[in-house]
Design a protein around this ligand. Sequence first.
Ligand SMILES: *Cc1c(COP(=O)(O)O)cnc(C)c1O
Length: 364
Amino acid sequence: MQNYPVANINLAALKHNLSRVKQLAPDCQVMSVIKANAYGHGAIEVANALDDSDAFAVARLDEGLRLRESGITKPIVILEGVNSEEGIHKAAEHSLSLVFHHESQINLLMTTQLKSPLNFCWLMVETGMHRLGLAVENCQDALEQLSSSSNILGQVGLMSHFANADTIDDSRNIQQLTNLKQLITQDEMPTSMANSAAILSFPDSHGDWIRPGLMLYGISPLEGQSAKELDLKPVMQLESQITAIQELKEGEQVGYGGDWTAQQATKIAIVSIGYGDGYSRQLSNKASVIVQGQLAAVVGRVSMDMIAVDVSKLGNINVGDKVTLWGDENLTLETIAELANTIPYELVCQVSERVIREYYNGEA
Ligand SMILES: *Cc1c(COP(=O)(O)O)cnc(C)c1O
């Protein structure tokens, strides 16, 4: 028996997308970004499938520790670094690489005596986003401190992050890259700047280590360019099933608030998915779903556990029939995100624990 709703995760597609990343940047090392439970896809399963990566990146220490506990041995970079003595000891103990983005983190390193040194670490440079990083003029000193510390074994690289990479040819991207480049004093100093959008649209920014996130999951980071056009394969397909069928007469309403009224006799299918699963309430009266290969409109408000769809125009519909919410060629996540007034990143991250992840190797 299959439990619904389910997020079907195509590991072959994931691998295809990693090979696509490598094709776009053949000389780069790849740090696959699997923070936030691999954008909702399941961090451990994704890490295992992406073992062709040179390293993984997560936002927080706990995310890295969980990967280590599950047996992932590749380098793991903690993008937000750590802020406590306990944290830095844990990072060292579990061979996690740290990003240092604030003076306080460097002070922490300098005043702690680690039992075993940290691996390869990164200095985050503030180049224009004004979120994390040291000002360019303070980086030389910081680099010297980090490189001379006996708490770090191996290299210290320069990292920064684009604020506008999804806008192709934005002059602010060039400025950010220029700001980073002025710090490169030695040829062997590793650099890392590019996220998915920059990997695809700004080859000059690739540097030594690229940091793909979104594109690994087969989602386009570029407006106006579909995943298909970019040769990326969607990894997640969100699916549920019909749990009830209602025949409405003209003038009858469906769901909370009676936000939708039947203009004529209408057959409504109730589908087991709602905002409690991560199906945004913004999609009320807006989205479509796929039933029997055909689009059917979501009518009325999205509830916590259910939605209603108009299936009047479809053939014979039964309780138990499969419904696709996104991840179909004719119903992409990107389209659904636009209808929900958000970005695909948010929708995949919000797929809740209640949704079962099923892993399979499908077409790639
Ligand atoms: C999340 C993140 C990425 C990945 O970005 P995508 O747009 O998903 O490719 C890269 N670098 C940093 C620092 C991040 O926080």
